[in-house]
Ligand binder design. Structure first.
Ligand SMILES: [Zn+2]
Length: 356
C-alpha cells in the first residue's frame, strides 16, 4: 500500500516499521502496535494518553486470547464508560457483528447489482471508519485489496486480531482521520462507510476525501441516521426527539434525561444530506429501498400498505438514509439510467440496531 501525507498530500519517506515521514511538511507518522498512525487529530471520545494505556492493555493480552477472548477482555476490563448492564448488550453486539457483517456483505452485493453496479474483479475497497474490522474481513473474502481506516487505534488492534484469525493478511489497517486520508488520489474502486458520517468533525471534508480517493466511475456507499426520524429514536442514545431540538440543546437534553453527554455526533436531515452529497458528487443518488420485507414493526407494515405513495413522505422521517453515489466515469453510465429520483431507505429501529 502506498501512502501520501494526510496533511499536505506530498509523498512520504517509508521508514517502516518505525515511521513514515513527509518530505515536504516534515510531519512524522509513527507505527503504533504495527499500525501506521496518520491521524492529524485525536479521537473525540478518549485522550491520547488514555488511548495509549488501553492499546497497551490490549497488546499485553494479544497473544493469550483469541479474537473473542480479546473482545470480551476489551469490553469487560478496558471500556470504562459503560454501565455493567450496557456492557452485556455491547459485548453481544460486538461478538455477533462478525457474522452479521458477512450477511450484510452478501446483501450489499445484491443491492449494488439492483443498481446496475458491480464491484470489478480484484477491485480495491476502502472500508472508511472500519471500527473493529468486521466488514473489512467480509470484503477480504471477495478481494485481497481492502484497506480499513479508523480513527480508533483500539478498534484497529481488534480488527487486526480478527483478520489474523480469519487467515487474511492483516497489514491493511490504518489509523487516520476520515477528513484527511493518507491515501493516494483515485486509488479505490469502492468506498464503504457505515455509521461514520454522523461522527466526523467535518462532514463535507469527509465526503470530499471519499470522492478524492475514488477512481473515475468508483462507487461510494454510506449510511446516515436521519436527524428528523419519526420512526426511530436517536440511535446512539436511544432517546426520542433529540434531532428536533436545536443542535446546541441536544447535549444538555441528553444529560438531563440521564443518557450522558451527546458530543461528537451530528445527524443530518434528508435535506441536509441530499444537499451535501449533491454539492460534493455533482448529484445526489440516494437509493430507494423499501424497508425490510420481514419487518414486523408497525411502521414497516404501514409502509408496505401505503407504498408507493408513502415512499416520498416516509423518506423525510425514515430512521436512516442509505446513499449510493458514483464518481462520473465509464462504469457509472450503466447505473445512471436506473437512478431514482431522491428517495430514502427506511429501516425500523429494530432493524437498525440489529444491523449497525
Ligand atoms: Zn506533509
Amino acid at each position: 500500500m502506498t501512502f501520501v501525507c494526510p496533511g499536505c498530500r506530498h509523498d512520504l519517506k517509508d521508514e517502516a516499521p518505525r515511521a513514515y515521514s513527509c518530505m515536504a511538511c516534515q510531519r512524522e507518522f509513527p507505527f503504533i502496535a504495527g499500525i501506521p498512525d496518520f491521524r492529524l487529530f485525536d479521537p473525540p471520545y478518549v485522550s491520547r494518553r488514555e488511548e495509549t494505556a488501553r492499546v497497551n492493555a490490549l497488546l499485553d493480552r494479544y497473544r493469550e486470547f483469541d479474537w473473542e477472548g480479546l473482545t470480551r477482555f476489551y469490553v469487560r476490563r478496558i471500556l470504562t464508560d459503560l454501565a455493567p448492564d450496557q456492557k452485556d448488550a455491547h459485548l453481544e453486539h460486538r461478538l455477533t457483528l462478525r457474522y452479521r457483517a458477512r450477511e450484510r456483505e452478501k446483501l450489499l452485493q445484491a443491492q449494488l447489482q439492483d443498481l446496475g453496479y458491480s464491484l470489478p474483479a480484484g477491485c480495491r475497497i476502502l472500508d472508511l471508519g472500519c471500527g473493529s474490522g468486521e466488514a473489512t474481513v467480509a470484503f477480504l473474502s471477495r478481494t485481497p485489496h481492502v484497506t480499513g481506516v479508523d480513527i480508533s487505534l483500539e478498534e484497529l488492534v481488534l480488527a487486526r486480531k480478527l483478520c489474523e484469525e480469519e487467515g487474511y493478511y492483516s497489514g491493511s489497517f490504518v489509523a487516520a482521520c476520515a477528513e484527511s486520508l493518507p491515501l493516494p488520489t483515485q486509488s479505490f474502486d469502492f468506498v464503504y462507510s457505515m455509521d461514520v458520517v454522523e461522527h466526523v468533525r467535518d462532514q463535507r471534508a469527509f465526503l470530499l476525501e471519499a470522492r478524492k480517493v475514488l477512481k473515475d466511475g468508483g462507487g461510494f456507499l454510506f449510511n446516515s441516521p436521519n436527524r428528523y426520524s419519526l420512526v426511530a429514536a436517536e440511535p446512539h442514545v436511544n432517546l426520542w426527539g433529540v434531532g428536533f431540538l436545536p443542535r446546541n440543546l441536544a447535549d444538555p437534553y441528553c444529560r438531563l434525561r440521564g443518557k450522558g453527554p451527546y458530543s461528537g455526533k451530528r445527524l443530518l436531515s434528508y435535506r441536509e444530506l441530499t444537499a451535501i452529497v449533491k454539492e460534493v458528487f455533482g448529484s445526489s443518488h440516494l437509493f430507494e429501498r423499501r424497508p425490510n420485507p420481514k419487518s414486523q414493526s408497525l411502521a414497516g407494515k404501514l409502509y408496505h400498505a401505503l407504498a408507493p405513495f408513502s415512499v416520498k413522505a416516509y423518506t423525510l422521517i425514515a430512521a436512516e438514509h442509505l446513499v449510493f453515489t458514483q464518481v462520473p466515469g465509464e462504469n457509472s453510465k450503466k447505473a445512471a439510467g436506473r437512478q431514482q429520483p431522491a428517495a430514502g431507505r427506511m429501516k425500523d429501529s429494530k432493524a437498525h440496531s440489529a444491523e449497525s
